[in-house]
Ligand binder design. Structure first.
Ligand code: DP6
Length: 338
């Protein structure tokens, strides 16, 4: 049966991607670096199926049918079909001409800054690559679905190279180190809002490219040095330098959003209070006293934090072989609809 089910991870950028030089191919202005988060806590799961009986390409996301006519979806599907037809063995079994049904779900909130599109597109492209037997780098295909998705195709720490070719052929992700390199590292995701962002990443960054002087400075003067320095810190497991660069790059990204006109504000008072707490914690942990007692911070009212995810760096996308994992029935329809 021509059905494949996969899961793919979320990634969190430590050097942020913000700004494109090509909107259609999704080519970034700068390199970015991320950590792939364990699929145990957060993942996208996708089943893809091809059949000569299907009359059109169809997609269901989180139990609802969505249009397949989005440019980004079309670009990914066309590119993977083109690669399938070009396969080195030369024989095309015809599968790439059949229509596909795609069913995908996330186990975490969409569009709340947790890169659901990254996990989603990485999972879709990875699953299609299995279905069509496409080998070689596929991060450049996932990139065309959502920029940050290219980084979710690898585990561990990952670099997305901006590249310089106008066709995007060198704008791909590569692994810096596998997840096993720094096993003692833990990641806490503190969710202060699970509502959809008012301004999407795509339109927010488009506006930043048009209006922010700070973004120009960031791209030409800050990111190149920071990228090299953070990669060195990762390889050397130098947590202090790693954390320092990560915090500064996040702050600069938010500063660019504020420098955008009209400004985009993604953090709220609770986010800022958390940042303060981390700095207070770091100061307090350097002192030889009771840690909690020496943190200079008043308690906040309860309920400000929606939830907290404790996770670690993990592996890239995985194939799920057992039939009970499939999100589609043998007839190619979703097992669950909402
Ligand atoms: C702030 O990858 O969601 O998370 O390429 O337009 O789909 P598109 O944008 P997207 O942007 C992610 C922005 C970010 C930083 C990052 O992940 O590097």
């Amino acid at each position: 049966m021509n059905i494949v089910t996969c899961i793919a991870p979320v990634n969190i950028a430590v050097i942020k991607y913000w700004g494109k030089r090509d909107e259609n191919l999704i080519l970034p202005l700068n390199d970015s670096v991320s950590a792939t988060l364990s699929i145990k806590q957060m993942n996208a799961k996708t089943s893809v199926m091809a059949s000569p009986n299907f009359t059109e390409d169809k997609i269901w996301l989180n139990g609802r049918e969505e249009t397949f006519h989005s440019q980004r979806l079309q670009n990914c599907l066309q590119e993977i079909r083109r690669r399938a037809k070009q396969r080195a063995d030369g024989k095309d079994d015809g599968v790439s001409d059949w229509c596909v049904h795609v069913c995908s779900e996330n186990n975490f909130p969409t569009a709340a800054g947790l890169a659901s599109s990254a996990a989603g597109y990485a999972c879709l492209v990875f699953a299609l690559a299995q279905l069509y037997n496409v080998s070689g780098d596929i991060s450049g295909i996932a990139r065309q679905g959502s920029g940050s998705a290219c980084r979710s195709l690898y585990g561990g720490f990952v670099r997305w190279h901006r590249g310089s070719a106008s066709d995007g052929s060198d704008s791909i992700a590569t692994q810096i180190v596998p997840h096993s390199h720094w096993p003692e590292l833990r990641i806490l995701v503190l969710v202060v809002s699970d509502k959809r962002k008012k301004v999407s990443s795509s339109s927010g960054m488009q506006n930043s490219v048009k209006t922010s002087e700070l973004l120009k400075h960031r791209v030409s003067h800050c990111v190149p040095q920071r990228t090299e320095a953070v990669i060195k810190a990762i390889i050397n497991k130098d947590f202090e330098t790693f954390a320092d660069i990560t915090m500064k790059d996040s702050n600069q990204f938010h500063a660019v959003c504020l420098d955008t006109f009209p400004p985009n504000v993604y953090m709220n008072d609770t986010s800022h209070a958390i940042v303060n707490l981390i700095h207070e914690y770091n100061i307090a942990s350097g002192k030889n006293k009771d840690l909690i007692a020496s943190i200079r911070m008043e308690p906040h009212e309860p309920g400000l934090l929606k939830y907290l995810i404790h996770t670690e760096v993990g592996v890239g996308p995985q194939v799920l072989d057992e039939p009970h994992h499939h999100l589609l029935t043998d007839a190619g329809l979703p097992k669950v609809l909402v």
